[in-house]
Design a protein around this ligand. Structure first.
Ligand SMILES: [Zn+2]
Ligand SMILES: [Zn+2]
Length: 246
């Protein structure tokens, strides 16, 4: 099928809306009509960071949408499901088998290399490859061919635009607090940088009963949001002695 994507033609170039050919779903793949996507800083940095050989490329890794087709062997989602898209994982290596797919041994190949494991790309233009499969999804598109393991089925009553950042930024902050640091009522947690990830960490820390939660940032709006979420705030622009103050 044809679909419209926000394509980056070469390193450092702007996003441009162009039409590309999208493959039919192969084994383990799902066709998703994208409803919303976040724009993460990683999309911006990869646009300049990847080598010229990996362009044109389609980024985007905080997609949400509705499943339109499923390929052979896909059992975790069905046509019509509303899904939040996150990173891809192999489900076969030791970390995946242990239930920690964020440490998948195939992470680089499945999420950053722009193609399937067999070297093919999911998209093409005039017969030439268009790199994608970014975090298994390349969600800066109207339709995306994503890995089934990227999909988390959600209640269709929920707003897909609100859920989009859960696929990367939100879960990064929340996961760091709930899965790794696991602070309790006797602990103090300081979050340096109250952007999307930092604010998610603040929210998780407050919700899980951390004794003291401090957010440090330079921007008043971010500090206000951190305070609203329950953190003590420190304006780093107002002191040269932030570490000592904390
Ligand atoms: Zn991200
Ligand atoms: Zn794995």
């Amino acid at each position: 099928m044809q679909t419209t994507v926000a394509l980056v033609e070469a390193p450092g170039k702007d996003f441009q809306l162009v039409d590309v050919e999208l493959d039919d779903p192969r084994e383990g793949e799902v066709l998703v009509r994208i409803v919303a996507t976040g724009l993460c800083h990683t999309d911006i940095t990869m646009r300049s960071f990847l080598p010229a050989e990996m362009f044109p490329n389609v980024f985007g890794h905080e997609g949400t949408g509705v499943v339109e087709q499923v390929g052979p062997g896909v059992e975790n989602v069905a046509v019509g499901d509303h899904v939040v898209l996150s990173f891809n994982s192999c489900q076969a290596c030791s970390p995946c088998q242990e239930g920690i797919p964020a440490y998948c041994e195939q992470t680089l190949l499945l999420n950053y290399f722009g193609m399937r494991l067999d070297g093919s790309t999911t998209m093409s233009r005039d017969g030439s490859p268009v790199f994608g499969s970014f975090f298994g999804q390349s969600s800066l598109s109207r339709h995306a061919l994503v890995g089934a393991e990227c999909c988390v089925v959600v209640d269709p009553a929920l707003d897909l635009a609100t859920l989009a950042p859960f696929g990367c930024g939100y879960q990064t902050g929340v996961g760091t607090v709930l899965n790794v640091l696991q602070p309790d009522a006797d602990d103090s947690l300081v979050v340096y940088g109250a952007g999307a990830v930092g604010l998610a960490a603040v929210a998780a820390a407050v919700a899980s009963g951390t004794g003291t939660v401090v957010a440090v940032d330079l921007q008043a709006a971010r500090l206000a949001e951190a305070e609203r979420l329950g953190a003590t705030t420190l304006d780093a622009s107002a002191t040269d002695d932030v570490v000592a103050a904390v």
